[in-house]
Design a protein around this ligand. Structure first.
Ligand SMILES: NC(=O)c1ccc[n+]([C@@H]2O[C@H](COP(=O)([O-])OP(=O)(O)OC[C@H]3O[C@@H](n4cnc5c(N)ncnc54)[C@H](OP(=O)(O)O)[C@@H]3O)[C@@H](O)[C@H]2O)c1
Length: 248
């Protein structure tokens, strides 16, 4: 397939999970791909796993200085871009009485502020008719106890896609959202200790009508749709890919 032939894509947090699977899928569809991440070793490993076919940029989405330097770093690799997958994000869960300022700030800093200013900084590099895709979550739609701050960060991305689509109409840049349900990636092991991951997974699977976690590739394919001209009439929209968890 070559639905992204000739397109240049930037994927934030592209060294792992959904971002990595999307890099792989975008390459298979003919795109030139630049992934960002906050750890050089993880970027190097991802590049090696993709046979050296991606370009990498070290950049922390939670750091405004890094975001300020991102445009220059991307520009040195590709003067113009067509697709930005704003994927870098973290999960943290706690009931409201245990949420402190650091928990709140870290989530909003990376998931919302980082996403917003990454878009702002990279907009000058965009070709007209480009596509921006935000990775939100079904947590924005379900009342999962313990997810109040995380869910709010993802809800913010959904409204951001609508307003930015309106602001970018003259450039025909479309902004859309993917809201994944539970997907098998390293993220759970970053949220709870490794020994608790399988128990957590079982509890979540019980709530998924399809009875399983999604694969990162199943989200990557949605990211191909939004990045390609197949979605040329779709803007400010959200596609929930969740095995029915929020929708049935
Ligand atoms: N997996 C799910 O069930 C699920 C469901 C709904 C939504 N999502 C969303 O999907 C996105 C990708 O998550 P994933 O499941 O693929 O998890 P993942 O494997 O942990 O991937 C997240 C990526 O984002 C990067 N990242 C995090 N903070 C960053 C920062 N400050 N600067 C730069 N990169 C940063 C991570 O880098 P490090 O390796 O350095 O941490 C990693 O490369 C997230 O926004 C997440 O909220 C995931």
């Amino acid at each position: 397939m070559s639905r992204l032939q000739g397109k240049i894509a930037v994927i934030t947090g592209g060294n792992s999970g959904i971002g990595f699977a999307t890099a792989k899928e975008y390459l298979a569809e003919g795109a030139k791909v630049i992934i960002t991440g906050r750890k050089q070793q993880a970027l190097d490993e991802a590049k090696e796993a993709l046979q050296g076919k991606v370009l990498t940029v070290l950049s922390d989405t939670g750091n405004m200085k890094d975001i300020g330097q991102l445009k220059g770093k991307i520009e040195s690799l590709a003067p113009k871009i067509d697709i930005l997958f704003v994927n870098a994000g973290i999960g943290k869960f706690a009931p409201i009485d245990q949420v402190d300022e650091a928990h709140y700030d870290e989530l909003f800093n990376i998931n919302v502020k980082g996403a917003y200013f990454t878009i702002q900084q990279l907009l000058p590099l965009f070709n007209d008719s480009g596509s921006i895709i935000l990775n939100a979550s079904i947590n924005a739609h379900i009342g999962m106890a313990g997810s109040s701050v995380y869910s709010a960060t993802k809800g913010a991305l959904i409204t951001m896609a609508r307003t930015l689509s309106a602001e970018l109409l003259d450039r025909r840049i479309r902004v859309n959202v993917i809201s994944p349900g539970p997907v098998t990636t390293p993220i759970l092991g970053k949220i709870v200790p490794q020994e608790q991951v399988s128990q957590l997974r079982e509890g979540i699977i019980a709530k998924v009508p399809l009875g399983r976690f999604g694969n990162p590739e199943e989200i990557a394919k949605v990211a191909v749709f939004f990045g390609s001209d197949d979605s040329s009439f779709v803007l400010g929209a959200e596609l929930i890919a969740d095995g029915g968890m929020a929708t049935l």
